[in-house]
Design a protein around this ligand. Sequence first.
Ligand code: SF4
Length: 162
Amino acid sequence: ENAKILISACLLGQPVRYDGGARPALHPALDRWREQGRLVVVCPELAAGFGVPRPPAEIAEGQSGPAVLAGTARVIEAGGGDVSAPYVAGAEAALALARAHGCAFAILTDGSPSCGSAFIYDGSFGGRRHAGMGVTAALLRAHGVEVFAESGIDALVVRLGA
Ligand code: SF4
């Protein structure tokens, strides 16, 4: 199977995180999939027009990505600004890219208000995490894309049988 896989840019070492850092995931499967031309790279927040660095953002009040998409929760910057609309726009850009390339799978950086898929932070900017997902992971999942965190690369290898 040569399924294409959407992947967070920072997992491939691109320094696109809010603080100018990356989150390189070192896994032999990533090297193999890259050589096979199967990785489709995206940073939803850059796609939404944010720069590097940018203020940290979290989903407010312990909510999760689906609630942001439903309009019942907000993404806020550390200064309190509401950035829900651009976060949703970034998610839509990621979905459009996934569709354009036929990606049925994604590997996204956990913890991010965009890319988180197993845990996110609670909106207090106090380092408190909880089970939940970011806006991009929520939108992809709502459209049938199977989203894995970087901790789930082994599981995706099994899922793909390759
Ligand atoms: Fe990485 Fe996703 Fe954050 Fe971009 S939005 S820096 S790809 S975690």
